[in-house]
Design a protein around this ligand. Structure first.
Ligand SMILES: Nc1ncnc2c1ncn2[C@@H]1O[C@H](COP(=O)(O)OP(=O)(O)O)[C@@H](O)[C@H]1O
Ligand SMILES: [Mg+2]
Length: 395
């Protein structure tokens, strides 16, 4: 395999380790400076130039895109994807995880632990928002901070409101988040590669500090994660659409709660702490996946006119309940069931003999008109009632 590592830092520990792991396995690796690409667009022929010369063939790409070059960096990754080169992390995956709001928005429709978080613009909404996430002390976060720099703990509502007002006046977007005090300055960093957690550590903040980032002086210890933590980290990585990620989780009373997902996790801290070959695991994953570049469903499947992807929810009393997929007659109606979602579990490619149950969600590809008939008005998505009774008004 010939691998391109997109990075502006060829001499950092992480990049050097990735190149070394690649060579050790008999692959070729080159570190390419993300900012020295030119993206050429022509009808039917997406292309890339590197330092003014047409880029030679690469089998795979490992993007290590820093926050300061997100726009250009993800454009380069997207171009590799258009050229059908396998990218360990896709442009959309990187963008989904880059900003903390977008990351939590993507996670929040799934059954996955996250700290209660809110995002407001209007000054009048600030105090009620703080109350909704549990009141002071409360966490305030910049959307794109790293290394703990953009994370603050406000001890009173008034303090929180003034900090938010100040940041907003400087055109900064901020999240208001419940302070998970029981985590006591500790968090978990899990490195997910493909479908597995390949290494994990606990970071412990020192002294009065509540942030456990290594850059804030946090000390690390290797941990063997239990299933709930592993499962949460892997699912979050999948929901982001990433192949390689560093997932940060708090250890709350309710179990794992995700704070953020990083698409270019540093390797130095985790390898030093766990003594595991994380770089090697990343390279092995890429080598195994080289022949399966990510296919953009929207771009490929829904190009056919009149066809699309829809989720059919099976309501109580539906005529489909108790029938198998083959008996449901969906196939004859030109509808294919891609996945079946049942109580938080996903069954990919469900077999024809599988029985349909009430509340199942069938992700289908087929004729839009026919699928419309299968979604009776009363089952179209409704807002679920809140567990905690909050005032609602009709607008
Ligand atoms: N809601 C929270 N409750 C308690 N501690 C938190 C919370 N959010 C963040 N922290 C602490 O602050 C650190 C940095 O937060 P994080 O969201 O990961 O931002 P960054 O991108 O700067 O690392 C975390 O590692 C954790 O120790
Ligand atoms: Mg973090």
């Amino acid at each position: 395999m010939k691998l391109a590592i997109l990075s502006r830092e060829p001499h950092t520990y992480s990049t050097k380790r990735l190149v070394e792991a690649c060579k050790k396995r008999g692959h070729k690796a080159r570190v390419l400076n993300t900012l020295q690409f030119a993206i050429d667009l022509e009808e039917g022929d997406p292309d890339l130039f590197y330092r003014q010369r047409r880029l030679s063939h690469y089998d795979a790409v490992l993007p290590r895109i820093g926050a300061s070059i997100t726009y250009f960096g993800t454009a380069v990754v997207r171009q590799f994807q258009q050229m059908d080169v396998f990218c360990a992390n896709t442009a959309d995956g990187i963008l989904n995880s880059r900003d903390k709001l977008r990351c939590l928005q993507n996670l929040s429709r799934h059954k996955i632990g996250i700290p209660a978080t809110t995002f407001v613009k209007d000054k009048k909404d600030v105090l009620p928002a703080i109350t909704r996430v549990g009141g002071a002390p409360v966490i305030i976060k910049l959307l794109e901070g790293t290394q703990g720099i953009g994370v603050l703990l406000a001890h009173s509502q008034e303090m929180a409101a003034s900090i938010i007002e100040l940041l907003q006046s400087q055109k900064q977007n901020v999240l208001i988040q419940k302070f998970v005090s029981e985590s006591r300055g500790r968090d978990i960093r899990a490195i997910v590669v493909g479908d597995q957690v390949v290494a994990a550590m606990r970071r412990v903040a020192q002294g009065q500090e509540f942030r456990s980032n290594v850059h804030r002086g946090g000390k690390t210890e290797a941990v063997e994660l239990d299933e709930a933590y592993k499962e949460t980290a892997i699912r979050a990585t999948k929901i982001m659409g990433l192949g390689v990620a560093g997932v940060d989780m708090l250890e709350s009373h309710e179990g794992p709660q995700i704070m953020e997902v990083n698409s270019s996790p540093g390797l130095e801290g985790i390898e030093a702490c766990t003594k595991l070959d994380v770089a090697g695991a990343i390279i092995d994953y890429i080598a195994a996946r080289v022949d399966f570049p990510e296919i953009d469903i929207r771009q490929r499947l829904t190009v056919s006119r009149g066809y699309g992807v829809a989720e059919i929810i099976i309501p109580e009393g539906s005529k489909f309940i108790g029938k198998t997929i083959v008996e449901s007659g969906l196939k004859e109606k030109d509808i294919n069931v891609l996945t079946l979602h049942r109580g938080g579990k996903v069954i990919p490619n469900p077999r024809a003999e599988r029985q349909i149950e009430s509340e199942d969600k069938l992700l289908c590809f087929g004729k839009i008109e026919t699928m419309k008939e299968l979604v009776p008005e009363r089952t179209r998505r409704r807002r679920r009632p809140k567990l905690k009774k909050l005032p609602e008004i009709d607008i």
